[in-house]
Ligand binder design. Structure first.
Ligand code: NAD
Ligand code: ZN
Ligand code: ZN
Length: 346
């Protein structure tokens, strides 16, 4: 089958032929209908050889939806042809965090060498994907594969972050979304669907600000050195009760801290690597800062349910598997509106 692989440190990914995977006991083989292109893959492909955490070649793609093509021995509860979404942050299934559905925080994944598809194991940018366990599949139940596939990460990750801040986002509150790309443009819609908060979006280009407004941001502000002052002004000087940074670089975390209100939540989702120091007098009183990872299985089920209710409209650009390297180039250049989605079967 064809697969998009990251093969050489520093080189672009390539479409190559690889052996067809076959499901072993307990595994499920999916025919991939759609695979999402995440900025984290670009980060992975920028890491140096020293300390690179995964084996190469690596088939990319940690957002995947497909139809069940074959079941390994002993798999029950699924039938060939079922349309499903893949829950990506696989865990052991039995530790205390996994028992709560928080496989994203599995206590034993490191020790057992368990990796998400596309981030250490063969991913969804291929004609077929092996899923290690049926519990990592959620029925699409009528959702369109292209619109649904970004929800497995670009939806689930902001959903997890926003859900924790819901108590802060009552009437009269403000939520700030920094970076209105794949994750950010879904975050804006989640905030609109789940809270009465005023949503202020920040990004670096007029096109991205246009997308932010189109998907529901009340205000869209250019992300420059004056952005924090502009957001403070919008909030009457008080700042925002919740700030979600989908970039995570020095200037954005600085802005995130500068727009936080007293008792605000600041969530650093982007993996730009910058830090926001916490200490008495550094931020307004009692600001919480966290850096979460992906989301729980239950939250994926909730995000898909929310999409079925019609509350989310994910903007996508589609590419064939042969065009997948171009999708990454366009994402790297900031030229994707919403999420790029690869269709491995055309
Ligand atoms: P994306 O490229 O689709 O979106 C990023 C957006 O940020 C773009 O619209 C870009 O124009 C904007 N941006 C860049 N610099 C900016 C600045 N200085 N100020 C404001 N906006 C700026 O990327 P994505 O796929 O949505 O991923 C967003 C980030 O989240 C990435 O760092 C990714 O690695 C990370 N991520 C983290 C998790 C997690 O679990 N923590 C999960 C998925 C993705
Ligand atoms: Zn991702
Ligand atoms: Zn576990």
């Amino acid at each position: 089958m064809k697969a998009l692989q990251y093969r050489t440190i520093g080189a672009p990914p390539e479409v190559v032929g690889v052996p067809d995977p076959e499901p072993g006991p307990g595994q499920v083989l999916l025919k991939v209908t759609a695979a999402g292109v995440c900025h984290s893959d670009i980060a992975v492909m920028s890491w140096p050889t020293e300390g690179f955490p995964y084996e190469l070649p690596l088939t990319l793609g940690h957002e995947g939806v497909g139809t069940v093509a074959a079941l390994g021995a002993g798999v029950t509860g699924l039938r060939e042809g079922d349309a499903v979404a893949v829950y990506g942050p696989w865990g052991c299934g039995t530790c205390a965090k996994c028992a709560e559905g928080k496989e994203n925080y599995c206590l034993r994944a490191g020790e057992l060498g368990i990796h998400p598809p596309g981030l250490g194991r063969p991913g969804s940018m291929a004609e077929y994907l092996l899923v290690d366990d049926a519990r990592h599949l959620v029925p699409l139940d009528g959702l369109d594969p292209v619109a649904a596939v970004p929800l497995t990460d670009a939806g689930l990750t902001p959903y997890h972050a926003i859900k924790q801040s819901l108590p802060k986002l009552g009437p009269g509150s403000t939520a700030v979304v920094i970076g209105s790309g794949g994750l950010g443009h879904v975050a804006i819609q989640l905030l609109r669907a789940l809270t009465p908060a005023r949503v202020v979006a920040l990004d670096v280009s007029e096109e991205k600000l246009r997308l932010a407004r189109e998907v529901g941001a009340h205000e869209a502000v250019l992300s420059d050195a004056r952005a924090a002052a502009a957001v403070r002004e919008i909030t009457g000087g008080l700042g925002a009760e919740a700030v979600f940074d989908f970039v995570g670089v020095e200037p954005t975390v600085k802005t995130a801290g500068a727009v936080a209100a007293v008792e605000a939540d600041v969530t650093l989702v982007g993996i730009g690597g910058a830090a926001l120091p916490v200490g008495f007098g550094l931020l307004p009183f009692e600001v919480s800062v966290k850096a979460p990872y992906w989301g729980t299985r239950a939250e994926l089920i909730e995000v898909l349910a929310l999409a079925r209710s019609g509350a989310l409209s994910v903007h996508t650009e589609t590419f064939s598997l042969d065009e997948a390297p171009l999708a990454y180039e366009r994402l790297h250049a900031g030229a994707v509106d919403g999420r790029a989605v690869v269709l491995p079967h055309g």
